[in-house]
Design a protein around this ligand. Sequence first.
Ligand code: SAM
Length: 274
Amino acid sequence: MSETYQHRARKRFGQNFLHDAGVIHRILRAIHAREGEHLLEIGPGQGALTEGLLGSGAKLDVVELDRDLIPILNAKFATEPRFQLHQGDALKFDFNRLGAEPRSLRVVGNLPYNISTPLIFHLLSNAALIHDMHFMLQKEVVERLAAEPGGGDWGRLSIMVQYHCRVEHLFNVGPGAFNPPPKVDSAIVRLVPHEILPHPAKDHHLLERVVREAFNQRRKTLRNTLKALLPAAAIEAAGVDGSLRPEQLDLAAFVRLADQLAEHLSITATPDSR
Ligand code: SAM
C-alpha cells in the first residue's frame, strides 16, 4: 500500500481525521508518553497520533474497527516491534488480553463520537488496569464529564465517571483541525482512575440505579423521583433534603442515598475496595 493511498472517511465509523500538526503536537504533549510505558490507542485511523506515540519509545497496542485502514497502519508501523495492531470493535475488546500490569495502561484516542460514552463505561469496568486516559470527545460531553454539582451539565455521566476518576478538561479543539470537519466543537479530556475511591458505595450498581432514577426527571424533587426506590424517611436518613432537585446533590450525597437503598433492600454487599 503506497503512502499516497487516499482513504475516504466513513461517517458510520465516526471518522474525522486530525490533520492540524499544532493540535496533534499539543495532544501528544498532554499525554507525554515515555519509554517503557504501555499505551493503548483506540481508533488510530491513519495514524495521526500513532506516529508520535510510537516515537516516544512506549509499547503501543492499537484497536481499529475499519478493515480498510489496517493495510495503511501496517505499512506505516508494522516494522516497529513495539507496535501491535488489533482489528476489531473496541467496545467488545477484552483489555485483559494486553497483559498489562495493574494500573499501568495509558489509554488514548480521538474517539468516534457515536461510541464515546459506552466506550468510557467499558473502559471503566477495567479501571484496575488503567493508569490514565486521554480522549478527544465532543466538547459538550467533556463539559458533562467535568461538571460540578449545581449546573445543567451535572448528571448521570458526570457522577458515574467522577465516582471512578478524576476528570480534567484540558483544552478545546475547533472543527478545522479535522478532515472532514465535524459539526461540533471538540475537547481533550484526561481521566485518571482513583487509586482509592473517595466515596465508595456499598454497591455501585445501586448508585447507578439511584442516579438514573433521580435524573430521569431532573426538574422534579428527589422525594418525587425516588419515590419508587426510597421512602422519604430513608432519604432523610441519608442526610439529604428531599425537596432538592437531583442536580443540587454532589457525588457523596448520591452515594449516601445508594447506601440507604442497600440497607432498604437488605442487601449485604461488601464495599468497593479499589
Ligand atoms: N486517531 C485518528 C485521528 O485522530 O486522525 C482517527 C480518529 S477518528 C475520529 C475515529 C477512529 O476510530 C476511526 O479510525 C474509526 O475507524 C475508528 N473506530 C470507529 N469505531 C470504532 C470501534 N468501535 N472500535 C475501534 N475503532 C473504531
